[in-house]
Design a protein. Sequence first.
Length: 385
Amino acid sequence: MSDPLARLRRATLRREEAGLRRRLRPRGPDFDGLIDLASNDYLGLSRDPRLVEGAVRAAREWGTGSTGSRLVTGTTELHEELDRRLAAFTGTPAGLVFSSGFLANLGAVTALAGPGTLVVSDQVNHASIVDACRLSRARVVISPHRDVAAVEEALARREEEHALVVTDAVFSVDGDLAPLRELHAAARRHGALLVVDEAHALGVVGEYGQGAAHAAGLAGEPDVVLTLTLSKSLASQGGAVLGAPEVIETLVDVGRSFIFDTGLAPAAAGAALAALDVLAAEPELPARARRQARRIRDMAAGLGLATTPGSPDAAVVPVVLGDPHAAVRAADICFEHGARVGCFRPPSVPPGRACLRLTARASLTEAELTVLEGALQKVRAETGP
Ligand code: PMP
């Protein structure tokens, strides 16, 4: 008999040699004095006393766990309020909170598509969308990145009666935006639903951070469905699907990742509600995050580092190194010089596209940007030609 763990050890060794081992790098509560340019805390709210208080109050009143599926005992007043407030904030008719953004994508795509449906999915969509497509048992066409003509062609040629187009709003590593207006026009021409993952757009894109669909004038369109996470700009945990009442009713009845999952913890709902209050009280936060991202992108480009055109509206800035070993080395250099940055390698990015992922934060200070500049200078000096 073969040793079942030997196969795992060999595969791990191969990943080691290819520079693809991933190691957990625990952090202290204050990021060990390093500047955080790696998290998705775009508005800098994760330590905000108002959010902490929202979480604590919710836990005191409702307990530490939601105690069951949302269909059984896991829906509290807080969940219902959050369903409504997220819908109102994004300009959609109705909302439904899930216990993560990953599960929101799984629920939306699998409930809205199935055998007899075509799903057209952008080639760099988030892993949760990729897995959702696989689980849906629909026919899936992977369209080239941001290629509306290819989406339209797939829709036009289909034999299936129903179709769904699914895309990230802001692509999570390159920080570019999906062409939502054009995708929506194509979807509408061909009777398809458009599902937009607002994970990296909520709280950043749009004048007050209402997301990319809102900014594109698509909020409330009956054939547009939004998914989002509470874990990035809203600095909590959880996810949601937003759309027409028919969509939400369908998810409540048949969305497996909604039905068979425990409802969001009350503390997470309380923190997310408090984050929405902060966004209302400080409407300048999204613009501040976008401004800091533009400064980081200009800084990297000014130093001669390879970045992507991205979007001036996103908070994500990649610095492309190409080789995974070089990306790990660059992340270590940043670490040694005071900045914690993301390091993305295949399969999170395509082969040859390993990169640092720098995320802006509304609360970044001048001093912090200066430290980042010093770190990036060292990266440039060590990795440049
Ligand atoms: N969609 C995108 C584009 C994401 O980047 C993420 C999180 N990395 C998710 C969905 C999943 O959200 P969550 O972390 O809440 O499960």
